[in-house]
Write a new protein. Structure first.
Length: 216
């Protein structure tokens, strides 16, 4: 039986990032669904694992951890398998820079302001906020421009190595939601290198093993 448990929701971008990391490292784990958007929010007991009631959280043989970046780095370093962080200091710095960019500048416009507004709200009978979408498209365009520039001539976002890093695993769930909206799909058409990268990511067994119920 696995001694590692991941707590989160299958619809969550950040839970999927952690699930992708576990899948890439081929780590067996138990999964406990925590719906933070349920009528009463997460269970009261969950706040003992994450004091802010966010997802994901991880428990491994008595060691508890929250925050996606910390979880993914821990999984990469605690378990055998393909390394998910570049070997050089500069490569790791570039990876961290991309993860920070995604968290600070990409997640909100791509997921909440494009996907939720364009796809989820209409599906629930609500009206999309076109002004919010327009601003998010411009912000997402800038993010994709920067990501494509940082890739250089590499097939992967951090521009180092022949395999994806934690930066790629961090980006893929966000881009999956972006691509599911017509505005996001149009952005990817204008960014063929990012579109090609996403095609490679979608074909990876880790992505196929961790589908989102909202887009896959």
């Amino acid at each position: 039986m696995p001694i590692l448990t991941l707590f989160g929701a299958t619809y969550s971008v950040y839970t999927r990032i952690a699930r992708l990391t576990l899948a890439e490292k081929e780590v067996a784990y138990a999964f406990e669904e925590i719906d933070v958007f349920g009528p009463s929010g997460p269970p009261h007991s969950y706040f003992g694992r994450h004091p802010f009631g966010r997802i994901p959280a991880l428990s491994h043989d008595g060691f508890d951890l929250f925050e996606t970046q910390a979880i993914c780095r821990y999984v990469d370093e605690a378990f055998q398998g393909m390394p998910l962080q570049p070997q050089s200091a500069r490569g790791r710095a570039r990876m961290s820079q991309i993860i920070g960019l995604l968290d600070s500048y990409s997640y909100r416009p791509m997921v909440w302001d494009i996907f939720v507004e364009r796809v989820r709200k209409p599906a629930q009978g609500q009206t999309s906020d076109e002004e919010k979408i327009a601003k998010a498209v411009a912000a997402s365009q800038r993010c994709l421009d920067v990501l494509a520039g940082l890739m250089g001539g590499s097939e992967w976002l951090a521009g180092a190595g022949e395999e994806p890093s934690l930066a790629d695993l961090h980006a893929a769930p966000m881009i999956a939601y972006l691509a599911a909206a017509q505005d996001g799909a149009a952005l990817l058409v204008r960014h063929p290198r990012i579109a090609a990268w996403f095609g490679r990511m979608k074909a990876r067994p880790s992505m196929l093993a961790t589908p989102s119920p909202l887009v896959d």
